[in-house]
Design a protein around this ligand. Structure first.
Ligand code: ACO
Length: 331
């Protein structure tokens, strides 16, 4: 189960009106098509591991777990500090987690859910007791700020949780992970890997920026979220009516509305903060979880379903029985 949680939100705000000065767009278009009003971005020089470190430090403090007692650090990110070493290793060093293994998970916006599933597996198998699971992104670094199709959508942030063993029936109950690599080209960052190593040409052609077929990703998301939620609920043996709160990936308010409608669930049960942060990829679900907890929307004993989708294409969901007291009552 989750015994500690933390987040890191950059202070710099970019509003839709700021973007009106950069590209041919309007606040009205962005709000009606996406629900986003503003997003946060890191200043120059601040990296994904910096945000991850801040979120991890809060999560460890909240959990009352010493970094030296961590067995494993898993970072979900699409914007690692660099290709090698893993961002998780950079965090391991900075945190002083000298007994922890550390690696990154790359499943685009689904990375944190994949990482939480792995942490659950390690703990359930008795291979680890204290696992730090981080979702951290600086998407502003791979965003083409002259491309209105994408630059209005993304933002930077991080969140982290500490997971520990719990009795069966408490904490995570089930996971569903999926992928459809045939849709990989719908959302990609083409250059910088072995297929198109960095060169003057790749930079000239803007291939180090995120490229997306928004309409197709939208259709995929609207199909896959309700399916993933229904299937993870079935695996956990719970009815959707008994779920207190759904925490979906925050990409577009219309995707969340459509999922609620398809599932026949009240929209108020879906936690939403997309208007403030935009899509922060793997940080999106754990930041939303943090804020739902912080705002008192979830209480110990509540059933939750977390769900994400993203590039790959990938998707993932988990059902959990929340066990942590609210921030007001927590020590
Ligand atoms: N401002 C003004 N007009 C715009 C903008 C903009 N920022 N962006 C696109 N348009 C225009 C288009 O050019 C198009 O014009 P046209 O009709 O003359 O061709 C028109 O608006 C409509 O474009 P659509 O793409 O049909 O708009 P849609 O309603 O589908 O919304 C959006 C686009 C917001 C991208 C939506 O498709 C979406 O949210 N898709 C999912 C994206 C997503 O979730 N991606 C993240 C996946 S997670 C990960 O792994 C990172």
């Amino acid at each position: 189960t989750i015994v500690g949680i933390g987040k890191a939100i950059p202070s710099k705000v970019i509003t839709n009106h700021d973007l009106e000065r950069l590209v041919n767009t309007t606040d009205e278009w962005i709000v009606t098509r996406t629900g986003i009003r503003e997003r946060r971005v890191v200043p120059d020089g601040v990296t994904t591991s910096d945000l991850g470190f801040e979120a991890a430090t809060e999560a460890l403090r909240d959990a009352g777990v010493d970094a030296a007692d961590l067995d494993l650090i898993i970072v979900g990110t699409a914007t690692p500090d660099m290709i090698l070493p893993a961002t998780a290793c950079i965090l391991q060093d900075r945190l002083g987690a000298r007994h922890a293994g550390a690696f990154d998970v790359s499943a685009a916006c689904t990375s944190w859910v994949y990482a939480a599933a792995m942490a659950h597996g390690y703990i359930a198998a008795g291979l680890a007791e204290n696992v730090l699971v981080v979702g951290a992104e600086t998407l502003s670094k791979i965003t083409n700020w002259r491309d209105r199709d994408t630059c209005v959508l993304f933002g930077d942030s991080a969140a982290a949780v500490v997971m520990r063993p719990a009795p069966v029936g408490q904490g995570f109950l089930s996971f569903v992970l999926g992928a459809d690599g045939s849709g990989g080209s719908l959302l990609s960052l083409p250059a910088g890997g072995s297929r198109a190593p960095a060169s003057f040409e790749t930079v000239e052609r803007g291939l180090h920026y995120l490229q997306m077929n928004g309409r197709e990703v939208y259709k995929f998301a609207v199909r896959c979220i309700p399916r993933a939620i229904a299937s993870v609920a079935e695996q956990a043996g719970i009815a959707l009516e008994d779920v207190a709160c759904f925490i979906p990936h925050q990409a577009n308010i219309r995707i969340i509305d459509a999922a609620a409608e398809r599932l026949g669930q009240p929209r108020e049960k879906f936690f939403v903060n997309v208007e403030r942060y935009g899509n922060t990829s793997s940080a999106s679900v754990p930041v939303a979880l943090y804020e739902a907890w912080e705002e008192g929307r979830i209480a110990p004993g509540d059933l939750l379903i977390l769900v994400a989708f993203g590039g790959g294409l990938t998707w993932g969901a988990c059902a959990l029985r929340w066990t942590k007291a609210g921030p007001q009552t927590a020590e």
